[in-house]
Design a binder for this molecule. Structure first.
Ligand SMILES: [Mg+2]
Length: 221
């Protein structure tokens, strides 16, 4: 019987694209003011659609013909990660989390830069719905999933048996391996974004159950 429901955060509880757009808007505003530009935001979207995911800021600065160096980029990256994001939970997700909280113990195990993740949690008001929130980056990147460190810690803190825990995530490359090897139930949320990136992983990385919609998790708890 499931007693503890553990969620991933990004692209499981809200759409990460909303966070990315929010960050671009903030950086665009900064550049507009600093360099007296009418509106740089469309360039961020252009860079994103071009698949320039790791060099978005370079692309935008190149297009704007602004001189920059590594420090400029690092400053923009820091501003992006430190921005208070304009993101919300959908009403459906709020209902799901309320139901889950009434019936089970609840937790989050989330990767990502510590400060950025903390600000997302605040903006999404997630503390209302969870007994524990584990941010793996608090100890450093080597503790990010698929490390099982925080999964073991979570199980220990809740004094739960493996078969009483379920982990729900969206990323086939890292979300399910720790739960699978610890004997937890694992549920993968399949959305448009995941259809392409989740095809080739070893069996121990695959979720035991796949759902198309978060509300369907209740069929398996
Ligand atoms: Mg995720």
């Amino acid at each position: 019987m499931i007693k503890l429901v553990v969620f991933d955060m990004d692209d499981t509880l809200y759409n990460e694209i909303d966070y990315i757009i929010s960050g671009f808007k903030r950086i665009a505003k900064f550049l507009n003011t600093k360099y007296d530009i009418n509106d740089s935001f469309p360039l961020f979207i252009e860079a994103f659609h071009n698949g320039n995911n790791h060099r978005i800021f370079n692309y935008v600065l190149d297009k704007l013909e602004i001189d920059y160096n590594d420090d400029t980029i690092n400053l923009l990256v820091k501003k992006y990660r430190d921005h208070y994001p304009d993101i919300q939970l959908s009403q459906q997700t709020i209902n799901i989390l309320r139901t889950a909280k009434q019936k089970y113990k609840t937790a989050i195990i989330s990767d990502g830069y510590y400060n950025a993740q903390k600000l997302k949690i605040k903006a999404l008001k997630l503390k209302d719905y969870f007994d524990q929130i584990y941010l793996t980056d608090e100890l450093g990147q080597e503790y990010w999933k698929p490390s099982k460190y925080y999964f073991e810690k979570c199980q220990e803190n809740f004094r739960s048996l493996s078969e009483e825990i379920v982990y729900i995530g969206d990323n086939w490359k890292k979300d399910f391996y720790p739960g699978n090897i610890l004997g937890w139930k694992t549920i993968g949320l399949l959305s448009i974004n995941q259809i392409y990136k989740n095809t080739e992983v070893n069996p121990e990385y695959k979720p035991q159950i796949v759902v198309n919609d978060l509300k369907d998790i209740f069929n398996y708890l």
